[in-house]
Design a protein around this ligand. Structure first.
Ligand code: PEP
Ligand code: MG
Length: 584
């Protein structure tokens, strides 16, 4: 009898790693581990039962150590996570307590281990510390590894899979994930896990599509079912209809094509024909974008717009919550620098949970650093989180919307207070990080030399600099025609800022959108900028442009541009001079 046609099912989970893959399901069987029975042990039987437990731990530890040994040296991230797990096997709470429970309750090792790991997990869940909370998963995974050896359940042996499949599992531990052979496993989906989990981090580093936190995917999928894993949007489609399959095939091919051409270009050094090096950095808003930072070969994060972590929540985040996120980004990118821009809310980014004074003109109101100085407790919390994350890698601190010297002095006082608190609390932190300011208000351009006395670097924010110098609301379509990066006023202001930074010997970069448009590149290079930060997707194209330019020529070119009085003339001049490179 022919099998009945299966219906298409669409499940929404969390994106574990980006990318799209289509293939057959392979269920990772964990039966045996979940069906634990409780049985009593006689008093004389206790030592043997403890030994049985110790042996299982030993076998699990040996197996785990072998996995670590088999890893390549450049998989540092995975190695760190696995080494943490190695320590957990002999953790007093888990190991010691299980032995004690076998003795006191006189029960079998499986039940004792299950009981203890459940207690630890409950205890950690109550703690108000997201870091400790996330360790719950580690403990569950380590005890499951031991449990497998206790019950003699079949190993999942991901390393033994010999066909191209998509893994479907209740959960995958970092140890499981590390065994994934990239040429065989197309992607994976799990019931558990989230974007913050270690498994998610590893999936991203492996760059295979993954959707996690699907709830009960293991009960919806059968072996050999056709699956579409869309790691970009966190969607899983089981037994897709023909149309869906066709459209996803096209999407997958398109995505892979894009990735391949991007990757090919972006890993070449961004050096001009006459040997001038440009540092191309990425602007990000979310931790998840780190993948794209890497894929596009950014030299670090030049602008981390931190407000999005505040917008996502229903309240102001705690120092611990922020620290966890910041640390993750810093660790993922180290030794590349991560530039944390402090909270830039109000203006156009409003926090839904913040009831404040209604402002007639929010862009000119209590925005960014002005808000932070008015609410120092919120500011200090963020600065403490950044300084703590700075202990884990290369970090820079960037303050938005500085309009006068007094503000930067006040900011430094707040940083001083944050440092005092961290010392008192005996937390690990690093206060020795470059302090920079966004130059995005015309007054800051005019007093740039004075401001330079107080900071280590400038970052030019052209998005706001245009808004405030041209008096154009960034979001108002009625005046959008005036919003032009080739406006002579803007170009001359950029020159003033670069000259001031060079004179005062501080670093200078640009992180406004102007930096990501290839048309602007000859001007920016000619003005002397050597570091630009942009949406990471723009990097490959800018990189390609850099490799086709002569820095010396751009200097001569800009000398003419600076004397021009109309944006349209400047644009025509850029196209006339560099059109051949651009049109390509
Ligand atoms: C800018 O103003 O140019 C900038 C980079 O910051 P934002 O767009 O976040 O205001
Ligand atoms: Mg800005």
């Amino acid at each position: 009898m022919a099998e009945p046609e299966k219906n298409q099912i669409v499940l929404k989970g969390i994106s574990g790693a980006p990318g799209i893959c289509i293939g057959k399901a392979y269920l990772v069987d964990r039966e045996g581990v979940d069906l634990i029975k409780r049985y009593p042990i006689s008093e004389e039987g206790v030592p043997a039962e403890i030994n049985r437990f110790k042996n299982a731990v030993k076998r699990a530890t040996d197996e785990h150590a072998a996995i670590i040994d088999s890893l390549h040296n450049d998989l540092r991230e995975q190695m760190d996570i696995l080494e943490t797990h190695l320590v957990l096997f002999k953790d007093k709470m888990l190991y010691g307590k299980t032995i004690e429970t076998i003795k006191t309750d006189r029960i079998n090792a499986e039940w004792a281990l299950k009981k203890v790991s459940r207690q630890i997990r409950r205890m950690f869940m109550k703690v108000n510390d997201p870091y400790l909370k996330s360790r719950v998963t580690d403990i569950a995974q380590v005890s499951e590894q031991v449990m497998r050896h206790l019950v003699g359940a079949q190993d999942i042996r991901i390393s033994d899979i010999n066909k191209r499949v998509i893994l479907v599992a209740h959960d995958l531990s970092p140890a499981d994930t590390s065994q994934i052979q990239l040429e065989l496993i197309k992607g994976f989906v799990t019931d558990r896990g989230g974007k913050d989990s270690h498994t998610g981090i590893i999936a991203k580093s492996l760059a295979i599509p993954a959707v996690m936190g699907l709830g009960n995917v293991t009960h919806c999928v059968e072996n050999d079912d056709i699956l579409i894993v869309d790691g970009n949007s966190g969607v899983l489609i089981i037994n897709p209809e023909e149309d869906t399959l066709f459209s996803y095939e096209a999407r997958r091919a398109n995505y892979e094509h894009q990735q391949a051409s991007l990757a090919r270009d972006s890993h070449l050094p961004a050096v001009t024909l006459d040997g001038v090096k440009m540092r191309l950095m990425a602007n990000i808003e979310l931790v998840e974008e780190v993948v794209s930072v890497r894929d596009n070969a950014a030299k670090g994060v030049g602008l981390f717009r931190t407000e999005f972590l505040y917008i996502d929540l229903k309240r102001f985040p705690s120092e611990e919550e922020l620290f966890e996120k910041y640390k993750e980004v810093v660790e993922l990118l180290t030794p590349k620098p991560v530039t944390f821009r402090t909270l830039d809310i109000n203006g156009d980014k409003v926090l839904p949970y913040m009831k404040g004074v209604e402002e007639e003109n929010p862009a000119l109101g209590l925005r960014a650093v002005r808000f932070c100085l008015k609410r120092p407790e919120i500011f200090i919390t963020q600065i403490k989180a950044i300084l703590r994350a700075a202990a884990f890698g290369n970090t820079r601190l960037l303050i938005p919307m500085i309009s006068c010297v007094d503000e930067i002095i006040k900011v430094k006082e707040i940083i001083g207070k944050a440092v005092e608190e961290l010392k008192k609390e005996q937390k690990v932190f690093n206060q020795d990080i470059p302090l920079g300011i966004m130059i995005e208000i015309p007054s800051a351009v005019i007093i740039a030399e004075d401001l330079a006395e107080h900071v280590d670097f400038f970052s030019i924010g052209t998005n706001d600099l245009i808004q405030y110098s041209m008096a154009i609301d960034r979001r108002n379509r009625q005046v959008a025609h005036l919003y032009h990066t080739m406006n002579p006023a803007l170009i001359r202001m950029v020159k003033m800022v670069v000259d001031a930074a060079n004179k005062k010997n501080i670093e200078i970069t640009m992180c406004g959108e102007m930096a990501g448009d290839p048309l602007n590149l000859p001007i920016l290079m000619g003005l002397g900028l050597r570091e630009l930060s942009m949406n990471s997707m723009s990097i490959p194209l800018i990189n390609q442009m850099v490799r086709r330019l002569n820095a010396v020529d751009t200097r001569a070119f800009v000398e003419k541009v600076i004397k021009m009085g109309k944006a349209s003339d400047i644009e025509a001049f850029v196209k006339e001079t560099y059109g051949n490179i651009l049109s390509d």
